[in-house]
Design a protein around this ligand. Structure first.
Ligand code: GDP
Length: 459
């Protein structure tokens, strides 16, 4: 799935690694590489342009700021823009307040509608619904029979009063016009009534498409939509269709209209980029990804997960997120201000720093996998987390007054703190002693310049 696009983008980011600041030519080269990768993956040109200009604007002048280095910042920007192009938030099916929910499928012949009908039926059944499939594709040879087979495999009911085009006739080929094999609009309408009487809470209506966009069939689909006013119209599109995707999607949007997109055949080695353009150019979300011929090969489409899959950087993105969360810019500034003002470092400050370090601690295993980060991981290895917890317990047993005035912690206070945190008084003494030294050291450092470290750490 999107393998070559993925490889290309990953290669681009590798070139940025180790840069402390991105020069204009770094940004230009990166944007050029990203543009070529997207074009080669068949992403529609207007989408490519929009994407690259957004990335350029945000990446220019990216410096080491906060928790991220420039390469990580560019990855983050590209990721966010990609999520945007893929539609932003995950969009779930809208179920009708009063059942049955009606879902109509539209798309070209061979796009995977019938297969998807079965998959969606199976999925809804698993979720406790009682779906029924309605065979309103009377055009494609054997479509009705195929829907029956698919329904049986999915273990769901099917409504198929017409046999449709039974084999052989290549309906409408070579200017023959659309031959009639029954009235699909009536079938759809009856299907809903049938579902209501049999207590099916979701109706999935399969409709006909043609190999190329066709005015008659488009009108037929539009008529079906008018007749049954579906809660959702899902446009199914083959991810391998290439640059024609955008045009096809726009034709269906104008001809029938749809509420969501289903990408099918994402399991193939399709370049897939055209399909990526569909959400942006039609403004409709991609809701499902079909990834095989089997009845279970269906995924809810999550733009964020798909973007990280394309960037092939799931781990790195998680790391970036966690580093950002652990790094609280406001907190760091306050710490620096105090430091420069040579104010006393208190136990409250200490708790804050410790919390930040702890969050980083959970990144240990990931840090190890990252180039250049091994050393930092080794340092984190030296922190004994149990000792950490004991120190934290002692600090948490102090009153706010004590945290801000460590020198006032006398013998009886020490005994209370020891009891409260389940340690020996000698350990409290040790902590206070080390903390006092650290405070002194910080003051000295502040006079001489330099950054505060982590005082009073155990071990
Ligand atoms: P329809 O004409 O739109 O109803 O398309 P079909 O559901 O009949 O699908 C056309 C062909 O594509 C069939 O051979 C399906 O088995 C195949 N197909 C459908 N969805 C997928 C998919 O997600 N992956 C793969 N590999 N094949 C698919």
């Amino acid at each position: 799935m999107f393998t070559s696009l993925s490889d290309r983008l990953t290669g681009t980011f590798a070139n940025l690694r180790g840069k402390g600041r991105l020069s204009e030519s770094d940004v230009n080269k990166t944007i050029r590489d990203i543009r070529m990768a997207l074009i080669d993956a068949d992403v529609a040109l207007p989408v490519v342009k929009e994407f690259t200009s957004a990335v350029r604007e945000r990446a220019t002048g990216a410096e080491v700021s906060g928790a991220l280095n420039p390469a990580q910042q560019v990855i983050k920007i590209v990721n966010e823009e990609l999520v945007g192009i893929l539609g932003g938030n995950t969009r779930e099916l809208t179920l009708a307040k009063r059942p049955p929910t009606v879902i109509m499928l539209a798309g070209l012949q061979g796009s995977g509608k019938t297969t998807f009908a079965g998959k969606l039926g199976a999925r809804l059944k698993e979720q406790g619904h009682t779906p029924i499939l309605v065979a309103a594709d009377l055009q494609r040879p054997n479509a009705v029979t195929q829907l029956e087979v698919v329904a049986e495999r999915a273990g769901v009911s099917v409504f198929a009063p017409e046999r449709g085009n039974i084999g052989g006739h290549d309906a409408g080929a070579a200017g023959e016009g659309t031959r009639s094999f029954g009235d699909p609009v009536s079938v759809a309408r009856e299907g809903i009534a049938h579902a209501q009487s049999r207590q099916h809470d979701v109706v999935i209506v399969d409709t006909a498409g043609r190999l190329a966009v066709d005015a008659d069939l488009m009108q037929q689909a539009a008529d079906i939509r008018t007749a049954i006013s579906p809660d959702e119209v899902l446009f199914v599109i083959d991810a391998m269709i290439g640059q024609a995707a955008v045009e096809t999607a726009q034709a269906f949007q104008q001809g029938v209209g749809f509420t969501g997109v289903v990408l099918s055949k994402l399991d193939g080695d399709a370049r897939g980029g055209a399909a990526l353009s569909v959400a942006r150019t039609t403004g409709r979300p991609i809701m499902f990804a079909s990834t095989g011929e089997g009845v279970r090969d269906l995924e809810v489409f999550h733009p964020d997960r798909m973007a990280s899959r394309i960037l092939d950087m799931g781990d790195v993105l998680t790391l970036i997120e966690q580093a950002e969360r652990a790094f609280d810019a406001g907190q760091a500034e306050e710490m620096q201000r105090k430091f420069l003002a040579a104010e006393d470092f208190t136990f409250d400050d200490f708790l804050q720093q410790m919390a930040a370090l702890k969050k980083m601690g959970s990144l240990k295993s990931m840090l190890k996998m990252m180039p250049g980060m091994g050393q930092m991981a080794a340092q984190l290895d030296n922190l004994d987390e149990r000792e950490f917890d004991r120190v934290e317990a002692m600090v948490r047993s102090m009153t706010p007054f004590e945290r801000n005035h460590p020198k006032q912690i006398n013998g009886s206070r020490r005994a209370r703190i020891a009891r409260g945190s389940g340690v020996q008084v000698s350990e409290v003494n040790q902590l206070l002693e080390r903390f006092g030294e650290a405070q002194k050291m910080m003051k000295q450092l502040a006079r001489g310049g330099g950054m505060p470290g982590m005082p009073g750490l155990p071990g």
